[in-house]
Design a protein around this ligand. Structure first.
Ligand code: ZN
Ligand code: ZN
Length: 324
């Protein structure tokens, strides 16, 4: 017996390990697919920040921010990015949870408006972000309480999952893992960056954020320090970061956002921490705030400021991004 017990326990450990892997990631390949459901930072309510992310080889997504849901799914379905053509059934069957960077309406309206047609799932955010849903949005005066806490009666469609900064969690059914980092979006108001992992590849999505020097903050410095090793190892496949205004907007009028020059100041810091390897990571600039000629101006200012030759592009609503 004494000899058998260690063999049995080794077998058990091996079996547990194998079954744990098959639950998560064994069928998926490295890298990500991203379907932007909305990309802009304002005005056009049919195209506001929301990004579906899945492991390559999987059709089970998480949704990073949720400004626009229905219209983005409808357009993506028309582009044949899903098996179903019905936005409601895609939302119900292929979105496994929402990660909300902060509670501003341009990041939450699609989730709130489509909540009656959604099915039960988790709503992930920092405590400060989830508080706004509990106290303001999912109340009987603003809408209905689809949450699992707050004002009675409680409909319990969404289960609040409070994220702990820098602590990775696993997302069932997707093979993905997410680590949140706090951002400053007009101090002391918090926003969030989500570092998404599939096996040993990573994607970084930042919600709205100001630059450290404008915010008098060190949140971006801490984030760059955390991800620089991933850049150096060529594991960070994509970085999604905002630029809301052009360079002519004065710092006091930025309201916790970046300009082309501030973006490149921050990217230069990350590049230096990464031994000049940031050119290996594909950058996507998000959240441009529309105005007459703004998009063209912002893009040309970014091109001018990008003197270190980073790969920079712009996500487009309902257009698949493949990161390998
Ligand atoms: Zn925003
Ligand atoms: Zn915001």
């Amino acid at each position: 017996m004494k000899r058998i017990i260690p063999i049995v326990s080794v077998l058990l450990i091996v079996l547990l390990h194998v079954s744990g892997q098959s639950n998560n990631s064994s069928n998926f390949s490295n890298g990500f697919k991203v379907i932007p459901l909305g990309v802009k930072g304002g005005l056009d309510e049919s195209n506001l920040s929301a990004y579906l992310v899945a492991a390559n080889g999987s059709d089970q997504y998480i949704c990073l921010d949720a400004g626009t849901i229905y219209k983005g799914l409808e357009l993506a379905a028309a582009n044949q990015l899903f098996k179903s053509a019905n936005p409601n059934s895609i939302q119900q069957q292929q979105i496994n949870g929402y990660f909300i960077s902060h509670a501003h309406l341009d990041h939450t309206a699609g989730l709130i408006m489509n909540s009656p047609n959604d099915n039960a799932k988790n709503l992930y955010g920092l405590a400060s972000v989830l508080d706004v849903f509990k106290k303001n949005y999912f109340t009987w005066s603003a809408w209905a309480n689809f949450g699992n806490e707050g004002e009675a009666p409680i409909l319990k469609k969404y289960t609040y999952k409070t994220l702990v900064p820098t602590t990775e969690i696993a997302i069932d059914n997707t093979g993905l893992f997410v680590t949140p980092f706090v951002l400053s979006h007009v101090k002391p108001y918090e926003s969030t960056a989500f570092l998404v992992r599939n096996q040993n590849s990573y994607l970084l999505y930042l919600g709205d954020t100001g630059a450290d020097k404008v915010e008098q903050s060190e949140q971006l410095a801490a984030l760059w320090k955390a991800v620089a090793p991933l850049v150096m190892n060529n594991q960070l496949k994509g970085l999604f970061i905002e630029v809301s205004f052009d360079n002519s907007v004065p710092e006091k009028a930025l309201f916790g956002h970046l300009t082309p020059n501030l973006l490149m100041e921050e990217m230069n810091k990350l590049n230096q921490l990464s031994n000049g390897q940031l050119k290996n990571t594909q950058l996507y600039v998000t959240h441009l705030k529309p105005c007459n000629g703004c998009e063209i101006k912002i893009k040309s200012e970014i091109q001018t400021a990008n003197q270190i030759g980073l790969k920079i592009s712009y996500p487009s609503q309902a257009t698949l991004i493949e990161l390998k």
